[in-house]
Ligand binder design. Structure first.
Ligand code: SAM
Length: 202
């Protein structure tokens, strides 16, 4: 393998070699000091953008793997002049496990994660033991997770997993205001009821 080109002398290396694979310096991304809010799989961002507008002191990070959706959020955020959001085009588990500092998130929204309705595909659902371990690592001591889905089977599965995991206790459910209703919920709520569940550490 060829050696990489040497860095120009005026480029100062901020990181020590042992930090190269370490978490991002997310704290430096925002001017605000307020609560740190994560929207995992934020889709086209209707919830993220409205929640950011309603909470100007909070710091919101949207994570989404589809580029077209990221672009939509970007242009809407620019039009709205929002200064308190960041968007990461990234896989959710990679973000939690490799990019995010420990004990960093105060509130995490997981709204309508892909339900993988066929039983043989349930293993692809994001909520599982590994996801809960990752949340346990990135959430602050009082960190809360708000989960919503229109898939009753998925909802019951998550409720059952949480009941048998002593790291979590139920928390007050967050009901979004009308302008915060997510893109997915807006399309389907008349035909498929939403199930909500919230939990926190402790
Ligand atoms: C059903 S949509 C819901 C979007 C949004 N939360 C809402 O309620 O409108 C699920 C979203 O999660 C994204 N997604 C699914 N798996 C993901 C992963 N592993 N990492 C990042 N994004 C993911 C999909 O691209 C999609 O935009």
């Amino acid at each position: 393998m060829r050696c990489p080109k040497p860095m120009p002398e005026d480029v100062s290396l901020r990181l020590l070699p042992e930090d190269w694979l370490g978490p991002l310096d997310l704290a430096g991304e925002w001017e605000q000091d307020g609560p740190r809010i994560l929207d995992l799989g934020c889709g086209k961002g209707r919830f993220l953008l409205a929640h950011a507008a309603r909470n100007p002191d909070a710091r919101l990070l949207g994570v989404e793997r589809k580029l077209r959706r990221i672009r939509k959020i970007d242009s809407k955020a620019c039009r709205a002049g929002l200064r308190n959001i960041r968007i990461l085009r990234m896989e959710a588990m990679y973000t939690l496990n490799h990019l995010m500092p420990e004990n960093w998130i105060d509130i995490c929204f997981v709204y309508f994660p892909d339900p993988w309705p066929k039983e043989k595909h349930h293993k692809n659902r994001i909520f599982g033991p590994e996801f809960l371990d990752s949340l346990d690592r990135v959430l602050s001591e009082t960190g809360v997770v708000h989960f919503a889905t229109d898939n009753r089977n998925y909802f019951e599965e998550v409720a059952e997993v949480l009941q048998s995991d002593s790291r979590w206790r139920p928390a007050e459910v967050y009901i979004p205001c009308e302008d915060e209703v997510s893109d997915f919920e807006l399309v389907w709520r008349d035909t498929r009821p939403t199930n909500r569940l919230s939990f926190q550490r402790g």
